[in-house]
Ligand binder design. Sequence first.
Ligand code: URP
Ligand code: ZN
Ligand code: ZN
Length: 471
Amino acid sequence: MKKIIINGIVVTSGDMFNADIVIDDGKITAIGVDLPRGDMEVVDAKGCYLFPGGIDPHTHLEMPFGGTVSRDDFESGTIAAAYGGTTTIIDFCLTNKGEPLQTAIETWHAKSRGKAVIDYGFHLMIGEMNEQVLSEIPKVIDDEGISSFKVFMAYKNVLQADDETLFRTLVMAKEHGAMVMVHAENGDVIDFLTKKALEAGHTDPIYHALTRPSEIEGEATGRACLLAGLADAQLYVVHVTCAEAVEKIAEARSKGFSVYGETCPQYLVLDQSALEKPDFEGAKYVWSPPLREKKHQDVLWNALKTGQLQTLGSDQCSFDFNGQKDLGKGDFTKIPNGGPFIEDRFSVLFSEGVKKGRITLNEFVDIVSTRSAKLFGMYPQKGTIAVGSDADIVIFDPEKERIISSKTHHMAVDYNAFEGMEITGEPVSVLSRGEFVVKDRQFVGELGKGQYLRRGRHIPHAIPAKLEISH
Ligand code: URP
Ligand code: ZN
Ligand code: ZN
């Protein structure tokens, strides 16, 4: 049955206007004033904004890490995402050296199939670059629709790739019009600092932050930017936390390099002091890169405002405090890295960003949805409210006040990193391809209804001609 959403204010990255939206067969088929209702199902959105569904470009659901597996899977993770106003996620598919890429992709399909309640795609990790990997890339891009590849510059002896692998991945991506993503921290220096800290008997969670200083995030970011410029490739720096990294991204962009940056809500509102909480509670805030001193928050907000950073990912990678984070009691290096943010990403940005006057409503939509759709080959199917686009729509009450708590959240994990935070604004109802997933704060979706997204390529802006380098 067709639906018509009435009385709402449509907000896109470029516009804001009163209009009805007609939905048929999962797509937006009309937008206009006082459209005839016929026998359509009428949805009243009085007093609410109508936003395009949030796109979270950075999640790790059911991901093996640090001897355990992240707590939220494609079921609880996507349900929580939907409650929070997110209708599309892109999850990181991890690969193993010596194993075909397709094996890893099949593993991720098996994790997600029949579980996801919203649409999802995959980025693919590249841990090594050789003829076997190169031979698989065309199929990965064209058949699987995976057009973004992630290289870890940290997590030595686990996920970390060397600079040759990073550079060859950039060259490969340039050849195929794909995007390279980096976790930018200098893993070798972290490894050295970590060993020194443990030798000195420093085992508390705060040493996770102290052994990963912002300078080494800046160094790795600068190195990745430089290599991207040399390869004339597109680079997306995930989870940017600090002034040093923002500076390197801004510098690369000012040279015309196709470099993009993402930050996460936790870095905008939490700071390093959280890792000093007593009774090992600091472990709840252990993820990488770590939380920074408060002064970095203004730099990140400013970078979002000025467009030096383009997107907000959640970096959802949740571990229970009891039974998972406590693996690191007495040795901070054994605390599984990551936190639960998939549900609150959208609302924290609205409340702290729009309500506090740091960004406009249009910038909010751009950051939380549209730019990710454009960068990761999903626009205009996703990321906007337009005739022909998927009817992924958030009916959002901008005045609703609430307090974030693990008692009321929908993630499977046993704590919330934003516990006690007072925020304004709440997704009341959320539609994925025209069907309610959340209706009046009740989950009404269906497991497995989320579709796997085969993504296209991001077409970069014209950038200066560079050296021709090929494999
Ligand atoms: O600590 C984090 N961020 N865990 C997830 C993996 C990653 O580095 O993104
Ligand atoms: Zn990372
Ligand atoms: Zn991550």
